[in-house]
Design a protein around this ligand. Sequence first.
Ligand code: ADP
Ligand code: MG
Length: 247
Amino acid sequence: MTAALAELSEPTGELAVHCRGLTKTYGAGDASVTALRGLDLDVQRGELLMVVGPSGCGKTTLISMIGAILGQDSGECIVLGRDVRRMSPMERAQFRGTSIGFVFQMFNLLPSLSAVENVAIPLLINGTPRPNAKTRAREVVEAVGLGSRPNALPGELSGGQQQRVAIARALVHDPKLIVCDEPTSNLDHDTGIAVMEMLRGTGRKHDRALIVVTHDPRIFQFADRIAHMDDGKIIDVTSGGTLGSPL
Ligand code: ADP
Ligand code: MG
């Protein structure tokens, strides 16, 4: 075990995420695929942790669990002090709606709704009255630099602008944890850097934890730490900035 991994076994009160021995197998019998094989990971509040590893190693499965979208088969997954395993599907949905922002690789915006309407969705689901939701959504759309296009449909926006809308939607309910699945993989270099600057800025300012799955070495500079995954486990943790430097 490396020093970095040993360090992972010393949880503190400041943890946003605490995973131990997580396992997940999809399907059954001959067709089953084991995606996580006893994974350990801690993420501090205010930290930006990147997760890297080959395609199929379990990155999306891991962050779906941390994002309270998917349940584990075994092991412990404590997110913002809550045991995800003990939550009912309804409690998970409420937890996501109050505490977690999820940014998807393909943006996942509703094409017939404007930028502001897309961003307002989490608030409307949480029961915020429509006028208040719209006002708040408009503020966040402005904060991500789209103040001049609040009523544009996703199809009228560039990839970078759509990802900004998706980030605004992930921020609108002021979550303590933001989880991003390859947020820059559909963006050109400059736009990817701008999106990461925005994400890191919001993490620092509001003491949010950010977990960013990526294949994209251009953005490693934004990480506090980089967790390296292979075959359903974290095999090493290095400091951000470069892939090579040990903690
Ligand atoms: P990554 O995001 O690192 O590419 P995933 O977590 O998506 O990895 O997938 C890990 C493994 O689990 C892969 O072998 C993938 O094919 C499998 N897998 C992921 N989701 C499902 C699913 N819903 N049903 C069956 N197998 C799945
Ligand atoms: Mg994936």
